[in-house]
Design a protein around this ligand. Structure first.
Ligand code: N01
Length: 541
């Protein structure tokens, strides 16, 4: 088989891969993108279940690199739905003529580094072989759904769907008895939509989610024109702040919640929600790690839930019993209200666990339920799922899987020692999904682009982080998360949802702005924390 030689091979055509392609192509590199799906979009290509949308405000959940693009694409809603996010990604693809460098329906199986040639050899399931100087993973943090492994799953006679791999054809719920398994962010979104159409919806809940009511509304031209005027300031705030957002920042009090009377604190939280902001955590400085502070915020949320959900037994079942900030909470759009519908039943599968899927439906320890359709919103193999699907071998033929057996080890979430010129966009150890993912992606792509420019101008053929620097960073990522609830919850942030996955807190909690400063300082001081091998630059045209 003839090898196809390129300068840079980018895996994935979502927000990350597309921008990486554009940057490196503009730099004059010969870039090829390989994408497993049939079109662009990444996670927004696959997650097309009813109700799918991003809980970052749309005018912020989009690229900032092009002023023209920013003002050209008219976001229809405050939190626009998946069809519009996908439309935006397609629009960007056409605008910058990116499609010609993307090969779809192509799954990468192996990536092997050759120390003699200083090139990566990348193989695909379809039998192609690529040779590349730069191997860049834009494979996303939440792109590999956790495959449900219920006993008897194949015996079910009805329709079966995964939210993370939703079909392209329309799925009809009309006249059907539907079950949803999973009440994380995806479940919280799909449940209200199915409830509106199905004859009956049964939600099989193992762990309730905190769902904070959000406000969505159509955007008119006045709103958009105001944003356009303020975009520079909004984006500056987003990039220098913690969470990659410039609009939704709550004016924090900088104080402990305990410094306020219960009435005062509850009033402030109610007003914040009323204004359409769900980030209650930003109001007070101790709700991320102080159990007493968490208790107060939880009591507020329980009280709110009791007011919304009419049946007290259902309301009690919906109350999470873990700290608010130990997991990602969800933006609720009609979520809690859905449980007031006559056609919706909440079943507790924590105390009556699912034993198997049968031809007729779901059998728990005590009951057998009959369904026409089962929808699994059971989550993802987060952050490392897509990377670990590829057989990656670095220097001395060491498999990345072995190196990461006890948890991912990466420097800045960008590169890993022993794997020269391999970059991971929003990899483990970076703020990635703890911030607005598009801002995280732009920062990584721009850093990688600058790094490649540095390599080219300095005749560096191979660059990798020094092991001692990587070890320090991995320790730092663990240490700064340690005091906070988020590092202890049983969430996908720690691989807690995947049996056998090492429990390591993967994202960097220090905030996007602080992290960007660290990355920029490293670049400005000549990448001293990296080892470099100088050789004749290989270019492939
Ligand atoms: O996945 P999850 P998700 N039996 O892992 C349950 C992003 N996102 O797809 O907690 C019964 O959060 C599981 O129960 P438990 C966002 O970053 C964003 O919902 O393991 N139940 C849990 O309830 C988010 O954090 C947006 O006890 C089982 C659920 O399935 C991330 O994606 C929208 C089970 C999985 O929840 C993941 O969210 C959607 C079993 N065997 C997603 N196995 C927005 O921007 C699993 N569960 C709004």
């Amino acid at each position: 088989m003839k090898k196809i030689s390129v300068d840079a091979l980018v895996i994935g055509a979502g927000f990350a891969g597309l921008y990486m392609l554009l940057k490196l192509r503009d730099r004059g590199l010969n870039v090829q993108v390989l994408e497993a799906a049939g079109d662009v979009g990444g996670t927004w290509y696959w997650n097309r279940y009813p109700g799918a949308r991003c809980d970052v405000i749309s005018v912020e959940y989009c690229y900032s690199f092009s002023k023209e693009l920013q003002e050209e694409f008219k976001w229809p809603e405050r939190y626009s739905g998946q069809p519009d996010i996908l439309k935006y990604i397609q629009y960007t693809t056409e605008k910058f003529d990116l499609r010609k460098n993307i090969q779809f329906n192509t799954k990468v199986t192996d990536a092997i580094y050759n120390e003699d040639t200083q090139l990566w050899q990348v193989k695909t399931e379809e039998g192609q072989v690529f040779e590349t100087t730069y191997f860049i993973m834009g494979t996303g943090c939440l792109s590999v759904p956790k495959e449900p492994d219920f006993k008897g799953i194949d015996s079910f006679n009805g329709e079966f769907y995964l939210t993370g791999k939703w079909p392209h054809n329309e799925v009809s719920f009309e006249g059907k008895r539907v079950a949803v398994i999973g009440t994380g962010s995806s479940g919280v979104q799909v449940i209200p939509e199915i409830a509106k159409k199905a004859t009956h919806l049964t939600v099989l809940q193992r762990t309730p989610s905190y769902s904070i009511p959000g406000k969505n509304f159509p955007l008119d031209d006045t709103y958009l024109q105001d944003i356009y005027k303020r975009y520079d300031e909004i984006r500056h705030k987003a990039k220098t702040g913690t969470r990659g957002v410039g609009l939704t920042n709550v004016q924090g009090t900088g104080k402990s919640i305990k410094e306020f009377s219960r009435e005062e604190a509850f009033k402030m939280m109610a007003e914040t929600i009323e204004k359409g902001t769900s980030t209650l955590s930003s109001l007070f400085n101790d709700v991320k790690n102080d159990p007493e502070a968490d208790q107060i915020i939880r009591e507020f949320l329980y009280e709110m839930l009791d007011k919304i959900v009419k049946d007290p037994q259902t309301a009690n079942l919906l109350k999470p019993n873990y700290p608010l900030l130990s997991k990602r909470y969800s933006l609720g759009l009609e979520y809690l209200e859905t449980y007031n519908r006559d056609n919706v039943t909440l079943v507790d599968v924590l105390n009556d666990p699912i034993e198997e899927i049968t031809p007729k439906g779901v059998k728990t320890k005590n009951t057998e339920y009959e369904f026409d359709m089962i929808v699994c919103a059971t989550g993802f193999d987060g952050m490392t799922g897509a990377i670990s699907k590829i057989n990656i071998e670095g220097k001395n033929a060491v498999k990345l899987k072995s190196k990461w057996a006890a948890g991912p080890r990466a420097y800045l979430g960008l590169m890993s020692n022993g794997y020269p010129n391999m970059f991971t966009i929003t990899g483990p150890g970076s703020p990635s999904i703890l911030a607005n993912a598009v801002m995280s992606i732009e920062q990584h792509v721009e850093w990688i682009d600058q790094c490649i420019q540095h390599m080219q101008t300095n005749n560096i053929a191979a660059l990798e982080p020094k092991l001692e620097e990587e070890n320090k960073w991995v320790q730092h990522v663990t240490d700064i998360a340690e005091p906070f609830f988020i590092s202890k919850g049983n969430s996908w942030y720690l691989g807690g949802n995947i049996p056998g996955k090492p429990r390591v807190f993967m994202p960097y909690i220090g905030g996007l702005g602080a992290y960007t400063d660290i990355c920029n300082t490293i670049a400005a001081t000549g990448y001293q924390t990296f080892s470099k091998k100088t050789a004749l630059m290989q270019t492939h045209k």
